[in-house]
Design a protein around this ligand. Structure first.
Ligand code: URA
Length: 189
């Protein structure tokens, strides 16, 4: 599948009811040849209004971590498990995730990243394993097929609990170091 076909498919998707209440589809943004991909859970209010993932308060905090470890936002790709905002930012329902996950898989197939970083528990439970414990397992790298998978705290968890920020900084530095090693071993085509 090509990007244009996938975008058209997402725009026309009625796989769950969220298309009825969204303002904009939040497809994903960034480099389509990225080595590093971030996956959050679902668009929030600012994302729904703009059509761009991670632009609200949580997104601005994510930008700060990217800058702090020397990763440009333009060099990565950022998407979510859900492409449409759940009303009042409730957690995505399992059936909404089931309906939407295929779009993310197509994005991963097109990008072929070397590493995928789950932002938060919901994304990690979906992409790494269903009983993922973010407090215990964040920062651990697991090999899955052609890429490495890891998870970090969701930036909105850091906004609620500043004591997690040290762990986030450590994880982000390790992600950068691993990424640069992978890139040096095998430059992205
Ligand atoms: N939280 C998410 O998980 N995704 C976004 O795009 C914004 C906030």
């Amino acid at each position: 599948m090509e990007w244009s076909e996938l975008e058209a498919k997402c725009a026309a998707c009625h796989g769950c009811a969220l298309w009825q209440t969204r303002t904009n589809l939040v497809f994903g943004t960034g480099s389509r040849t990225a080595s590093l991909m971030f996956v959050g859970e679902a668009p929030g209010e600012q994302e729904d209004l703009s059509g761009i993932p991670f632009v609200g308060a949580a997104g601005q905090l994510l930008d700060k971590y990217l800058e702090a470890v020397g990763i440009a936002r333009e060099e990565v790709y950022i998407a979510n498990i859900l492409k449409c905002r759940p009303p009042r930012n409730r957690d995505p329902l399992p059936e909404e995730q089931d309906a939407c996950i295929g779009h993310l898989r197509e994005q991963v197939k097109l990008i072929r990243p070397k590493m995928i970083v789950c932002l938060g528990r919901i994304s990690a439970m979906r992409l790494i394993h269903p009983d993922y414990r973010i407090t215990k397992e964040h920062g651990q790298m697991v090999k899955k097929g052609a890429f490495l998978l890891t998870a970090v705290y969701h930036p909105s968890a850091l906004l609620r609990d500043a004591s997690k920020k040290e762990d986030m900084y450590r994880d982000m530095k390790a992600i950068r170091d691993t990424l640069r090693t992978l890139e040096a071993a095998e430059p992205q085509a």
